[in-house]
Design a protein around this ligand. Structure first.
Ligand code: NAD
Ligand code: LMR
Length: 343
């Protein structure tokens, strides 16, 4: 099946001239971890979305100030703040999209998997609440290690009897945003035109940019492919080291998450031409039940996983895909095992 690969609209767009008409009342977006490094700028970007009528902010700390502050922006979305587990139900009720950036970030020297011990429990608590109070919502998981937190969420949703694989997403948009930026810089291309699919997972070698599928069609030397692939794979670490103990990517992540939320809302709204890469339940690679690839977003979440893009890889890409499988499988299994051990 032919897949449209033209680049998407840049974020944010204030709505003027957009061919998208929001359904009456717009959409409700809940952000869990809204007072954090990602949560705050993400909340601001979502407050600016013409598709959103209600923005619910939840955090275990400091959410009142963020809510009061954002509430003064004269954009239509109504902002409400919620804190403490007893307010989670109210935050989630009626949400169309629930975004989870709650959790601890890396410090230099750490891998994303080093965050598993703390973040698995946070994701468990929040996903169980989503299952109870917003079972039909799209769930966007940002908390690392994404390669494991998404399988954890899937298992917990199954246990609660509300699992819909079309509605669960690991947010890998930042990998695409980085790939587009680095390729445009390297090849001197107009940034808005560049679109590089990034597949696999969201940690180190599991992040696989498919440079051979980049648009506009571009030729790369072997050295360029190696250099760009390594930079895209290590970009998160690049930021962690630059922040020197102050956390990981927050602003670029908020930008990327806002782009993915906007794409999801356009899908829900009936735009028939919305494609983004995301780490989703998938059969694209048989031995990996979760895999990032380009997906078509529609009224019920994922309408199609674009597996065709995994065909016709270069030797470099095919080798990298084989090489990432054991690491990604181990992260998936770790998440599934964690969730299955929960009482
Ligand atoms: P942060 O520490 O600045 O913010 C995290 C927020 O989560 C804090 O406000 C904290 O109070 C809140 N929180 C903690 N436990 C909570 C709970 N049980 N319920 C609700 N809120 C809770 O961290 P950050 O920089 O915003 O990063 C958040 C997560 O996102 C990290 O795990 C990081 O690794 C991940 N991340 C993922 C990507 C990606 O591409 N998917 C990119 C960047 C960061
Ligand atoms: C990123 O890619 O920036 C995030 O996953 C955060 C990190 O720990 O690198």
């Amino acid at each position: 099946q032919a897949v449209k690969l033209r680049s998407r609209r840049p974020w944010p767009r204030a709505g003027a001239g957009s061919r998208i008409v929001a359904r009456a009342g717009g959409y409700k977006v809940a952000i869990l971890g809204a007072a954090g490094g990602i949560g705050q700028p993400l909340s601001l970007l979502i407050k600016m979305s013409p598709l959103v009528s209600a923005l619910h902010l939840y955090d275990i700390a400091d959410v009142e100030g963020v809510t009061a502050d954002l509430g003064h922006c004269n954009t239509p979305a109504k902002v409400a703040g919620f804190t403490g587990q007893e307010e989670l139900a109210g935050c989630l009720a009626g949400a169309d999209v629930v975004v989870i950036p709650a959790g601890v970030p890396r410090k230099p020297g750490m891998t994303r998997d080093d965050l598993f011990g703390i973040n698995a429990g946070i994701v468990k608590e929040l996903v169980e609440a989503v299952a109870d109070h917003a079972p039909g919502a799209l769930i966007h998981i940002i908390s690392n290690p994404v390669n494991s937190t998404v399988p954890i969420a899937a298992e917990l949703l199954k246990q609660k009897g509300v699992y819909d694989p079309r509605k669960l997403f690991g947010v890998t948009t930042l990998d695409v945003v980085r790939a587009n930026t680095f390729v445009a810089e390297k090849k001197n291309l107009p940034l808005a035109d560049v679109d590089v699919p990034v597949v696999g997972g969201h940690a180190g070698a599991t992040i696989l940019p498919l440079l051979s599928k980049a648009r506009p069609k571009t030729s790369f030397t072997d050295e360029e492919v190696e250099e760009l692939t390594a930079r895209i794979q290590n970009a998160g670490t690049e930021v962690v080291e630059a922040k020197a103990g102050g956390g990981s990517a927050t602003l670029s992540m908020a930008y990327a998450a806002a782009r993915f939320i906007e794409a999801s809302l356009r899908g829900l709204d009936g735009d028939g031409d919305v494609y983004e890469c995301s780490y989703v339940p998938s059969q694209a690679v048989p031995e990996l039940p979760f895999f990032a690839s380009r997906v078509k977003l529609g009224r019920d979440g994922v309408e199609e996983v674009v597996a065709a893009e995994l065909r016709g890889l270069t030797d470099f890409e095919a080798r990298a895909l084989e090489a990432l499988k054991p690491q990604l499988k181990a992260s998936i299994d770790k998440g599934v095992a964690y969730a299955q051990q929960q009482p």
